[in-house]
Write a protein that binds this ligand. Structure first.
Ligand code: NDP
Length: 302
């Protein structure tokens, strides 16, 4: 299979490209910066991978069997009005371009599948509600971003199989929220963050990559699919498990201001959580390698 990937140089994208390459698929990395992508995917390690800047995306998408769309400005930054605009616009701009290029591809070379990222921020936040794919959208800023991001992807031609993956907080070794939270946790001897009652809908990096991979190859994966582990936890439990795995007592609360200092307003993803269940993934028979946060953290931190 030939797969074009936007955001391939990011935390999730890198692991996905490694997996696709290891399984002998042909990968096209759609990036804004060839030099950055070449450092991440050196020819020696990744022979045959094609790296394309924006002017060449059209040629890459035409002739690909599938496209994975992961690009967007990271949200763990300070949210000035300009940054907020860019968080939304970067996602809509890339998604819109990908959709236009797919729709404009002549039949015969048109990709048959689009797997497009979105986030559990779609549901808004709540300490009491349980959300799954049938739940309505929330009414905060991130919910609005996700709605517009998804609406853009939904403009893809109806003959293209679209899977929209609403991703939870991805836990992995070399990036994402956890990499930023761990030093803080060390500093404060690792206690709960904020009130600790917020829900934390997480997923291990291997599982989100497997889910995207499955969505690429399995025709039953269609429509919205939550990319979260089946057992979300309250933040206090997440911190307790993190403390156990790191061998540090979990007693001193990490103050909100400290978390905001490293995650910017993006800390809202952790401080105002939501309990999201992967109902569709389970219906589809997806096997989670890491259903429990304790095991996920153990593997990541071992
Ligand atoms: P990263 O932030 O690690 O990478 C995203 C990629 O997007 C970058 O490598 C970059 O690729 C591209 N990018 C960055 N800024 C811009 C911009 N201003 N305009 C266009 N493209 C840009 O993301 P993740 O791998 O962590 O996540 C992938 C997707 O999944 C993102 O859209 C994210 O919002 C979503 N998601 C991630 C979660 C997580 O916990 N990681 C949780 C929920 C959703 P290049 O420089 O090569 O163009």
């Amino acid at each position: 299979m030939t797969v074009s990937v936007t955001g391939a140089t990011g935390f999730i994208g890198k692991r996905l490209v490694q997996r696709l390459h290891a399984d002998k698929h042909s990968v096209r990395v759609l990036t804004r910066s060839r030099s950055k992508a070449q450092l991440i995917f050196p020819v020696k390690e990744f022979p045959g991978i094609l790296i394309a800047e924006e002017r060449d995306w059209k040629d890459c998408i035409q002739g690909s069997n599938a496209v994975v769309n992961l690009a967007g400005l990271p949200i763990s930054t300070r949210w000035s009005p300009e940054v907020k605009k860019e968080i939304k616009q970067s996602r809509i701009k890339v998604t819109s371009k990908v959709v236009d290029l797919i729709n404009g591809s002549p039949e015969g070379v048109r990709p048959a599948v689009l797997v497009s990222a979105t986030a559990v921020g779609y549901y808004g936040s709540s300490e009491t509600q349980v959300f799954d794919e049938r739940s309505p959208s929330g009414n905060d800023y991130l919910a609005e971003v996700c709605r517009e991001w998804e609406a853009t992807a939904l403009k893809v031609n109806k003959d293209v199989r679209l899977a929209l993956i609403r991703i939870g907080v991805v836990l992995g070794k070399d990036g994402g929220a956890l990499a930023k939270m761990i030093p803080l946790f060390m500093l404060f001897a690792g206690g709960p963050m904020g009130s600790g009652q917020q829900w934390f809908s997480w997923i291990h990096l291997d599982d989100i990559v497997n889910l995207i991979y499955e969505a690429l190859t399995n025709p039953s994966y269609k429509g919205v699919i939550n990319g979260t582990a089946p057992n979300p936890v309250r933040l206090a439990e997440m911190c307790e498990q993190l403390g156990n795995v790191m061998g540090r007592p979990s007693w001193l609360p990490v103050p909100d201001f400290a978390l905001k200092a490293v995650l910017g307003e993006g800390a809202s993803v952790v401080l105002d959580g939501q309990r999201v269940l992967p109902t569709r993934a389970k219906e589809l028979g997806f096997q989670f390698k890491y259903p429990q946060v304790k095991d996920a953290l153990k593997t990541i931190l071992s």
